[in-house]
Design a protein around this ligand. Structure first.
Ligand code: C2E
Ligand code: MG
Ligand code: MG
Ligand code: MG
Length: 281
């Protein structure tokens, strides 16, 4: 019996693996098409100033409508990175974000809102990343400082000296860079010393445990203190409850983002949210 079960388990594992491989192949094929046809959409999630409640910037999150359902980035970004397609996707995202900033540039109530986009480690370590970005931005009239980039820690380790030079150039252009999901990757204080960054985004796993686990609270406070001492702007992601927001404010966090404040929304709905929040006419 045990032997039989063992064999079945092996088969089960085998077919689950095969399914994953099949799905990755399917996604890779479909992705090629989606890139050519520019089938992606951006959803926007506000980041608010905890003190004033004002929306200070929006994070753009990619969505891929496919056969009547939405494919989320966690399902296809890793495959895109693996198959060398991420550069094209990042170009699409950057263009969509710039088009949006450009539309808002003409509108008095929206012209100061910045947009943050997520950049893969593969993007930032490409040699001409900065040059390409600068060229793209020169086609638009809005101030480049309205664009923000979010990088995870894994993006930083790949090629630190390259990344360092790129971030320096980005800073000169006024582009603000965030370290995303801070505390979960290869958190190294050396990055904070070496790199020109503007924001630290405290990973949502610490925020989720903030009210129930003293260790999480200690970690969040320590991140806030280090960040503050370095003159960085602290932002907490994954804020799902009013109590999180209260606590984070008392702990000295600057900004917050999460379902409690607003879910990621398509731009038309986002504009309704802003006008309800009295930030737009
Ligand atoms: P991220 O940059 O850390 O984005 C935060 C994720 O948490 C988003 O998931 C967002 O919808 C979700 N979220 C926001 N508030 C809450 C909350 O209160 N509770 C919980 N549980 N979740 C919350 P999403 O949109 O599925 O994106 C997942 C990840 O995919 C992002 O993590 C980012 O790393 C990546 N990603 C998204 N868009 C892009 C893109 O355009 N390019 C690249 N390269 N990566 C992207
Ligand atoms: Mg992000
Ligand atoms: Mg994050
Ligand atoms: Mg994340």
């Amino acid at each position: 019996q045990a032997k039989k079960q063992g064999k079945n388990q092996y088969k089960l594992f085998d077919s689950a693996l095969e399914q994953r491989v099949q799905k990755a192949i399917y996604i890779e094929e479909k992705l090629q098409q989606a890139i050519t046809l520019k089938q992606f959409e951006l959803y926007f999630q506000p980041k608010i100033n905890i003190g004033s409640g004002q929306v200070e910037s929006l994070e753009a999150l990619i969505r891929w409508p496919n056969n009547g359902r939405m494919i989320f980035p966690d399902e296809f970004i890793p495959i895109a990175e693996d198959k060398g397609l991420i550069g094209k996707i990042t170009e699409c995202v950057l263009e969509m974000a710039c088009d949006t900033l450009s539309q808002w540039h003409g509108l008095a109530h929206l012209k100061d809102l910045s947009i943050a986009i997520n950049i893969s480690g593969k993007d930032i370590s490409v040699d001409n990343f900065y040059e390409k970005l600068e060229r793209l931005l020169s086609r638009y009239k809005f101030n480049p400082s309205l664009l923000e980039l979010e990088l995870t820690e894994s993006a930083l380790i790949s090629n630190l000296s390259n990344v360092k030079a790129t971030l320096k150039q980005l800073k000169k252009l006024g582009i603000k860079v965030a370290i995303d999901d801070f505390g979960t990757g290869y958190s190294s204080l050396a990055y904070l010393q070496a790199l020109d960054i503007y924001y630290l985004k405290i990973d949502r796993q610490f925020v989720a445990a903030l009210l129930s686990e003293p260790k999480a609270e200690a970690i969040v406070q320590s991140i806030i203190d280090v960040g503050k001492n370095l003159g960085l702007c602290l932002i907490a992601e994954g804020v799902e409850q009013a109590e999180h927001l209260d606590k984070l404010q008392r702990m000295g966090c600057d900004q917050a983002q999460g379902y409690f404040i607003c879910r990621p929304l398509p731009s038309s709905e986002l504009l309704k949210f802003l006008s309800a929040a009295k930030q737009a006419v």
